[in-house]
Design a binder for this molecule. Structure first.
Ligand code: AMP
Ligand code: MG
Length: 425
């Protein structure tokens, strides 16, 4: 972190850098140049690893499955004896159970009754499912012609994971499936990047904490709760610093405390133009910070920077105050930024396309994020309506929505029936 480029260096590298009308794509490029993944890793138990990010490839110590085995309950036999036009008659000489290999020898014209998961007996390579063959005597079956090919219903040793190969790659998120895969290797722990520590607080004299009595002109703090929820779903370690009043001493204390322990600091409020408060001034005083007007709606003003404290530094995301703008800027910028800092190599979630059932008024030259309700129509197509009032303070629009309708920078008004991008929550 010691040789990190200054924000001015980064800005100079961008072609379309205009802090007064910064396109969303430039914000993303800027953040990508600014941010570095955490370095430290730790070994954790698989149960504790859910939602964490692998810090190295996980090389499999074994083959999964460890032996060729049967995918069906049936009879194992040598499939090279199959004939396209003639039924195959076989004598049943034994039984192979899951977890108990059958040791005997199988000769031409013989087969072994086998259960799902049981090891394939020596020399056998094909399984006929029970329901496809005819019992012709107590110890004899007949396989009708033309039903099977060599190798059918046999799972090969290592077909899921090969010994010595990467079962999980570095930078992957440990999902329930990945946790199960690790367990299938017999590996009880996994090396993951350390958790990202994120401190957050709300700013503004008019912001009430829960429990305070209402007063004229004041609103309850909702941003800390939406930010908390979004950070939790990313698996961050959180430092909740409450509401900080518009007072230079309190703000300085809060920023310093946050920078001492966190990798990232998220604030809301106090970054708009003409804001008569100390938040911007304090950000500027304590760190290398840029203030942007982003070409987007909602969420135009935003501050980004690096606050140095001793020999460590924290990335600052100064989000706007309006509750919807906070959520939208978080989803659009902070989430991908934090994912990069967490060490993930996954790209952003793919957007889907839905047919709009409403006219969506839009001017080219900014990206708009409208709150949408996406459903499937009788033809199987996705369609979308807005939640109504799209004001940047109308948090109920985020509650009703199941997606953001993303109208790109260049796009103009979308007519009824036009296909638009939607980002599902
Ligand atoms: P600001 O960006 O500080 O001018 O705030 C814009 C609007 O968002 C104002 O109406 C604020 O009252 C409102 N706001 C700011 N912070 C919060 C918060 N933590 N919770 C709810 N509303 C907020
Ligand atoms: Mg304010």
């Amino acid at each position: 972190m010691t040789h990190s480029p200054s924000l001015a260096d980064i800005a100079a590298k961008l072609e379309a850098y205009d802090p007064q009308a910064l396109p969303v794509s430039e914000v993303l490029k800027f953040l990508d140049l600014l941010l570095e993944p955490v370095q430290d890793s730790e070994s954790v138990d698989i149960f504790a690893a859910l939602g964490r990010v692998t810090s190295q490839d996980v090389i499999s110590p074994i083959n999964v499955p460890p032996h060729d085995n049967s995918a069906m309950d049936g009879y194992a036999f040598d499939g090279t004896a199959l004939n396209k036009t003639q039924a195959l008659s076989l004598k049943v000489v034994g039984t192979a159970l899951a977890g108990k290999a059958w040791q005997g020898e199988v000769h031409e014209g013989e087969c072994v009754k086998i259960m799902t998961g049981a090891i394939m007996p020596q020399g056998l390579n094909t399984v006929v499912p029970q329901e496809l063959c005819k019992m012709t005597a107590e110890d004899a079956i007949e396989i009708p012609a033309g039903l099977l090919q060599v190798g059918d219903n046999r799972r090969l040793c290592g077909e899921d994971i090969m010994q010595g190969k990467a079962a999980l790659s570095k930078g992957g998120l440990i999902t329930p499936a990945a946790a199960g895969l690790l367990a299938s290797l017999g590996v009880p722990t996994v090396s993951v990047f350390r958790r990202l520590r994120v401190a957050y607080f709300s700013t503004g004299d008019e912001i009430l904490s829960l429990g305070e009595p209402p007063r004229e002109g004041a609103v309850y703090d909702s941003n800390r709760y939406t930010v908390h929820g979004m950070l939790q779903s990313l698996g961050c370690e959180m430092v909740d610093m409450g509401v900080v009043k518009d007072d230079p001493i309190l703000l300085e204390q809060a920023f310093n405390q946050a920078a001492e322990k966190a990798d990232a600091i998220i604030t809301s409020g106090g970054v708009s133009v003409g804001e008569a408060d100390f938040t911007k001034a304090m950000m500027k005083k304590l760190g290398d910070v840029v203030f942007w007007k982003i070409a987007m709606r909602p969420g135009r003003p935003m501050a980004v920077g690096r606050i140095q404290k001793g020999n460590r530094s924290a990335i600052l995301f100064g989000l706007p105050g309006n509750p919807v703008a906070v959520m939208v800027t978080f989803l659009a910028f902070v989430k991908p930024a934090l994912l990069k800092m967490m060490g993930t190599s996954a790209g952003p979630s793919p957007m889907l396309r839905a047919k709009t059932l409403e006219v969506l008024r839009k001017k080219p030259g900014r990206t708009e994020y409208q709150r949408g309700i996406v459903s499937r129509n009788v033809n199987g197509e996705l369609e979308v309506v807005t939640t109504g009032n799209q004001g940047s303070g109308v948090l109920s629009s985020m509650v009703q929505a199941n997606a953001l309708i993303v109208l790109s920078h260049q796009q103009s008004t979308a007519q009824v029936g036009d296909w638009v991008d939607v980002l599902m929550f």
